[in-house]
Design a protein around this ligand. Structure first.
Ligand SMILES: [Fe+2]
Length: 420
């Protein structure tokens, strides 16, 4: 017994409880409690700040953890920008602008390949999880590629996410949420490892939906109370699939678990509020809602970005984390690439490149003149000194009949005049 105990203790790390963090795995070293009354010994993963706080509150002073089972130590160390600091970043340190390193046209092909691969992977894991299998191997490389594409020119992947119309909304949605989460993390100034974890949480956020019976998931009517309960279990179902996977940083399952929790309470599955909700959970919620509002579905048109952000602004405080929401709005800018706009001379166009320095002066492809006659896709840089035009307002695709995906020549969209 003595030798075995010593061997176990070698692998463990003794910490003061003040050093405990979410994502550490507590182990029981096999010592009688009478010998060490202030040693906390309830084995398991600390999945929230509240769990850590409870141990401190109960007066324990020391604890053994097993770093090899602690997601916080995955891949050789804790996160490079602890998410506890994210609040400060959100409160003002993040720029929320991602300056492109390359042109939209130079990145869009690579971005389309990453997008395709990611949609294919989501399709695969949503199917496999029903048979109890989950291969997270490809996820790391895919998320790396997403992050790389965002660093090159975020507008490319972002416009593909919003404007591409392929079948399989659920799969596209998971990829889009992953892209928006990764973009938010980078725009907020998070390090690569943290941004990777946030994007991964977005990719897997609805994993639990694959475990909801299809008659509930695809019910073509309002769900009754019992069915709603089953549906609302999807964050917990997904969380349970991921939380013990070796090497996964604790924030990933937490983001999945909390993506339907709401700032003022009243969300699900636990109905928690404020700081009890993980920051990743808040980021995934923002991305989830924005993508759902802007996506075109069989029963509705997608909202233009500015309108979706307006709806979300009304949800601040009560449902969405107010500072993080402001960061999210700043990240997407006033006129995201793909916005259909009416110009000061009555012509219509599509934003084809943002302007980090002057967000109100993006580059626009003019598609129709004031008399609604087609123009030969003239590119107009509103920041250019000899430009006299400005944007009057944003229009919806339905109002104008202009298809921004075709105007931007997005891969996978048939080329035509840019009008439906
Ligand atoms: Fe969900």
């Amino acid at each position: 017994m003595g030798a075995e105990l010593n061997k176990n203790l070698e692998r463990m790390k003794l910490l003061s409880t003040a050093e405990l963090k979410t994502g550490m795995y507590v182990v029981a070293p096999g010592i009688a409690w009478q010998e060490r009354p202030y040693l906390y010994m309830e084995e398991g993963l600390l999945s929230s700040d509240a769990a850590v706080g409870k141990i401190l509150e109960e007066g324990y002073l020391e604890v053994y953890i097993d770093p090899t089972r602690s997601p916080i130590y995955a891949e050789g160390g804790p996160l490079d920008a602890p998410l506890a600091e994210t609040k400060e970043i959100v409160a003002g340190r993040g720029t929320f602008r991602l300056a492109p390193k390359t042109l939209f046209a130079a990145e869009v092909k690579a971005a389309a390949e990453v997008h395709d691969a990611a949609v294919g992977y989501v399709r695969e894991f949503m199917r496999d999880i029903r048979f109890g299998k989950l291969d997270m191997g490809p996820a790391t490389e895919l998320v790396n590629k997403i992050m790389h594409s965002l660093d090159q020119n975020a507008d490319a992947l972002l416009s593909l996410c919003r404007l591409r119309r392929t079948d399989g909304y659920t799969y596209m949605h998971c990829v889009n949420v992953s892209v928006l989460c990764g973009m938010f993390a980078r725009a907020a100034g998070m390090g690569e490892k943290t941004a990777h974890a946030v994007s991964l949480a977005g990719l897997f956020h609805d994993l639990g939906k694959a475990l909801v019976p299809s008659e509930v998931l695809n019910a073509p009517r309002r769900l009754n109370e019992a069915e709603r309960k089953v549906m609302n279990a999807h964050p917990s179902l997904g969380y349970e699939q991921i939380r013990d996977v070796p090497g996964v940083i604790a924030e990933v399952p937490l983001g999945m678990l909390h993506h339907h929790e709401r700032y003022g309470g009243g969300g699900y599955p636990a109905g928690i509020a404020g700081s009890d909700i993980s920051l990743v959970g808040y980021i995934v919620a923002l991305a989830d809602i924005y993508d759902a509002l802007t996506s075109k579905r069989v029963y509705k048109d997608g909202m233009p970005p500015h309108r979706a952000l307006g709806v979300m602004y009304e949800m601040r405080e009560k449902e969405l984390h107010p500072e993080m929401l402001v960061g999210f709005i700043r990240m997407l800018g006033v006129y995201p690439v793909g916005s259909v706009v009416e110009m000061s001379d009555g012509s219509l166009g599509v934003v084809n490149a943002g302007n980090v320095e002057a967000p109100l002066k993006p580059s626009v492809v003019l598609v129709r003149d004031a008399e609604n006659r087609p123009l030969p896709n003239i590119v107009c840089d509103l920041a250019s000194p000899d430009n006299a035009l400005s944007i009057e307002c944003t229009m919806s695709e339905a109002e104008t009949g202009i298809d921004p995906a075709a105007v931007l020549k997005l891969p996978g969209v048939p080329p035509h005049a840019g009008c439906k």
